[in-house]
Design a protein around this ligand. Structure first.
Ligand code: EPU
Length: 426
């Protein structure tokens, strides 16, 4: 891997901004590229990925693969991933702890090597995040697990296809099963799988590596194959656009007004969000180059409820809450995915937002103005939402712990500044 970029300072300062204008390139999806990198473990040889976002979670996944004996070369939005015949099949705590998505190496390692040891991820700012569904599903394919010293060790002789019923359409569990079942003997059916666009990207990638994965009605059907190889493509497999980064810019336009082209954004991946934002007063049109958002004047409130895809993504909720803080009227927000995902609301209150929370509901009464204040980014999306809030607040908003934002955003400050935002990093 190339030398890491110099550490960025940890505070973003956002000031009140007028209408945003221009265009912004939407990066490759964080929640896709991390899984595609794990999927490379399924086949020996040189894999090549394009449209790779320059974010710190990708650096962490590079570190994890390298700790296993993989060689990763990172150049301008591309990764060359050389997977050797033999690997160290352990994912150590110091890396898993920094990025829960590391758990997706479990499926491919079990499928290819019949063994894997992955440190158990702890809880985080969203509350407890168990992996019970991942383990039960992999057990149905024939894997057995034991835990000791904070690690989970899995072994599998030959994995065999099975019908797996997910009680909830977990994104990570669906991905782990997909990446294990592609090399199992026979057919696996996943009942109630996650259907996020990033799952579709993983299916395409696996199929181009030689897997046989497809939809059988509303189930995922995987016919195991004996051999997989790196995707043959001169340009590398192109990661889909990041719909949550796109949502971030839609929110910024909603808060500041103006007209911005989100180059590369895929409208089909954001249908529920764009419907909700249209209800609130944004004008959003699909364009051959991406998605164009236009707004002016005060937004109207709306009720919001997060659900698995194609419902409204939980990752978009901090942006919707932020927009509601200055919209006219009252909006009720219900979180159905991560019960603890309301921590940033205390930070928005410090900026003058009128928000009451009760269990997994928040009631947001729009104020005329927010008032800039020092706040702290609790996680990637909430951090970005606080930056967006700062653009619509009087005075300056200092968002500390901005390193959280770097985990999922490539140059958020530069991109917003390019649209005319009063923003800098200190
Ligand atoms: N869950 C369980 N048991 C399991 C797995 C999940 O109870 O074995 C619960 C979780 O605790 C949570 C719910 O099921 O309450 C949803 O979890 P899911 O497995 O679907 O989420 P994930 O795979 O851990 C991914 C994204 C998240 C995104 C969620 C929901 C990645 C790396 N992460 O997480 O994105 O919020 O799906 O769409 O793909 C982010 O990008 O900042 C982020 C957190």
């Amino acid at each position: 891997m190339d030398a890491a970029a110099p550490a960025q300072s940890d505070t973003i300062v956002a000031g009140r901004t007028g209408a945003l204008e221009g265009e912004v390139q939407i990066a490759g999806a964080k929640n896709s590229v991390l899984k595609l990198m794990a999927a490379c473990l399924l086949a020996e040889g040189r894999h090549s990925l394009a449209n790779v976002p320059d974010i710190s979670d990708v650096s962490l996944m590079c570190e994890l693969l390298e700790a296993m004996g993989v060689t990763v070369t990172r150049t301008d939005h591309r990764l060359a991933i050389d997977v050797p015949a033999e690997l160290n099949t352990s994912a150590p705590y110091h890396l898993v702890e920094r990025m829960r998505a590391s758990i997706v190496v479990l499926g491919p390692l079990l499928a290819r090597f019949g063994e894997a040891r992955v440190a158990l991820p702890g809880g985080d700012d969203f509350g407890p995040r168990p992996i019970d569904m991942h383990l039960r599903a992999l057990e149905s394919l024939g894997a057995t697990f034991s835990t000791a010293h904070g690690d989970i060790s899995g072994t599998a002789g030959v994995l065999s296809g099975a019908e797996i019923v997910l009680e909830y359409p977990s994104v990570g569990a669906t991905e782990n099963v997909l990446m294990a079942a592609v090399r199992a003997k026979g057919r696996t059916l996943i009942v109630n799988p996650a259907r996020e666009p990033e799952i579709g990207d993983l299916m395409n990638f696996l199929n181009q590596m030689g897997a046989q994965v497809g939809w059988a009605g509303d189930r995922l059907a995987i016919d195991g194959v004996e051999h997989m190889s790196p995707v043959r493509s001169d340009d590398g497999y192109r990661v889909i656009a990041d719909r949550i980064e796109a949502a971030t810019f839609l929110a910024a336009v909603g808060m500041c007004g103006g007209s911005v082209l989100l180059r590369g954004a895929v409208a089909d991946h954001m249908t529920m969000l764009t419907r909700k934002l249209t209800e609130m007063g944004l004008h959003i049109v699909e364009d051959a180059a991406g998605v164009r958002a236009t707004a002016g004047g005060r937004l109207s409130s709306a009720d919001v409820s997060t659900l698995p895809y194609p419902g409204l993504a939980t990752d978009c909720k901090p942006f919707l809450v932020t927009m509601l803080t200055t919209a006219s009227g009252v909006g009720i927000v219900t979180e159905n995915i991560f019960m603890g995902r309301f921590r940033y609301i205390d930070e928005l209150r410090r900026m003058g937002a009128d928000i009451r929370t009760e269990g997994h509901h928040a009631v947001v009464r729009g104020a005329e103005r927010l008032s800039g204040a020092p706040v702290r980014a609790p996680d990637i999306r909430a951090g970005a939402a606080l930056v967006v809030a700062g653009l619509a607040a009087d005075g300056e908003t200092e968002v500390a712990d901005a390193a959280h934002i770097d985990r999922g955003y490539e140059d958020l400050v530069g991109k917003l500044a390019g649209l005319g935002a009063a923003i800098s990093r200190h």
